[in-house]
Design a protein around this ligand. Structure first.
Ligand SMILES: Nc1nc2c(c(=O)[nH]1)N[C@H]1C(S)=C(S)[C@@H](COP(=O)(O)O)O[C@H]1N2
Ligand SMILES: [Mo]
Length: 257
C-alpha cells in the first residue's frame, strides 16, 4: 500500500516531503550542535581573578565590547585638539569677576577642602612639581566668540591621584571659587575628571597673565568658557550642585559643548 501511495505522489508533494525532511534534519542537527557548544563552553575555565567569573571565551567577547564602547564614549567626550601652530598669539580676554581685588601673591594657596575643617593648602610650586599637560583647543565663550588657544598645567585627574583624593571623586560635583568669593562655578565630576581638564598655570608656554587667572585657573575644554574659572582660591567636592554664578543668572548649569 505504501508503495502505491508513494507512486501516487505528485512532483509537488514530493518536493514538500523532501523539504520537510531537510528542515527537520537541519533543526535536529542545530539543536545537537547548540548542546555540544554549550557543554563545551560550560567546561571552559573561569576567569577567576574577578568576582562572579565567566568562562574565558565569554570574557573575551565582553572585553572586546568594552573596548568598542569606551572608545566611542571617550571620543565623543574629547574636545578636538589642535597643533601649536593653530594657537592664537594674542589671546582674547573676557570676564574679570573675582579679579578686581589685588592678588596677595605670597600668601596665595590652592585651598582644597577635603572635609569640614580639613583643608589642604598648596602652593603653585607644589602643583608645578606634578606632570605637566598641554591643552590646545578651541576656547568657546557663550557671548559668541571662539579662539584656539594654548594652555598648560596639571591634569585635574593627575592632581587627584597625586594628593590621594580619589575617594572624593565619588561625589557628583566640584566647586571652584575665587579668593574673594566673587566668582564661583560648579562642575560635574565626569567632566572634571576628563583627561583634558587641567589646573592651568601657563598660557603660550609662559606663566598666566594676572587678568587671565594667575596663579592658577581651570581650563575645561568640554565646557563653555564660563566654567574655566580664573584665579582659583577654593576647590571643594560635593554631592549637591555647588553655587554657580552664571547658573544663578539663567544660564544652563551644565554648559557643555
Ligand atoms: N574669575 C573669573 N573667571 C572667569 C570669568 C570671570 O569673569 N571671572 N569669566 C569666564 C568667561 S565668561 C570666559 S569666556 C573665560 C575667559 O577667559 P580669558 O579671559 O582667559 O579669555 O573666563 C571665564 N572665567
Ligand atoms: Mo565667556
Amino acid at each position: 500500500m505504501g508503495n502505491t501511495k508513494k507512486q501516487n505522489l505528485s512532483p509537488i508533494d514530493r518536493k514538500i516531503r523532501w523539504r520537510n525532511w531537510l528542515s527537520l534534519t537541519g533543526f535536529t542537527l542545530f539543536i545537537f550542535a547548540a548542546i555540544f557548544f554549550w557543554l563545551k563552553l560550560k567546561n571552559q575555565p573561569l576567569d577567576n581573578d574577578i568576582a562572579g567569573g565567566v568562562q574565558i571565551p565569554l570574557r573575551k567577547v565582553l572585553n572586546a565590547n568594552e573596548k568598542v564602547f569606551s572608545k566611542t564614549f571617550s571620543k565623543q567626550n574629547l574636545a578636538k585638539a589642535y597643533p601649536k601652530s593653530a594657537a592664537a598669539k594674542v589671546v582674547r580676554l573676557n570676564g574679570a569677576l573675582g579679579l578686581m581685588t589685588d592678588l596677595d601673591d605670597k600668601n596665595w594657596r590652592l585651598n582644597v577642602v577635603r572635609a569640614k575643617g580639613d583643608t589642604l593648602k598648596l602652593t603653585l610650586a607644589d602643583l608645578q612639581k606634578l606632570p605637566k599637560t598641554q591643552v590646545i583647543f578651541n576656547f568657546k565663550c557663550i557671548e559668541g566668540w571662539s579662539q584656539i588657544s594654548d594652555w598648560a598645567g596639571v591634569r585635574f585627574s593627575d592632581f587627584i591621584k597625586a594628593y590621594h583624593l580619589d575617594k572624593l571623586t565619588d561625589k557628583k560635583y566640584i566647586g571652584l571659587v575665587t579668593p574673594d568669593g566673587e566668582y564661583y562655578v560648579g562642575i560635574d565630576m565626569d567632566s572634571a575628571m576628563q583627561p583634558q581638564t587641567i589646573l592651568c598655570y601657563e598660557m603660550n608656554g609662559k606663566p598666566l597673565p594676572l587678568n587671565q587667572g594667575y596663579p592658577l585657573r581651570l581650563i575645561i575644554p568640554v565646557k563653555y568658557g564660563i566654567k574655566s574659572l580664573k584665579r582659583i582660591g577654593v576647590l571643594s567636592f560635593s554631592e549637591e550642585r555647588p553655587p554657580d554664578y552664571w547658573f544663578e543668572r539663567g544660564y544652563d548649569y551644565y554648559a557643555g559643548l
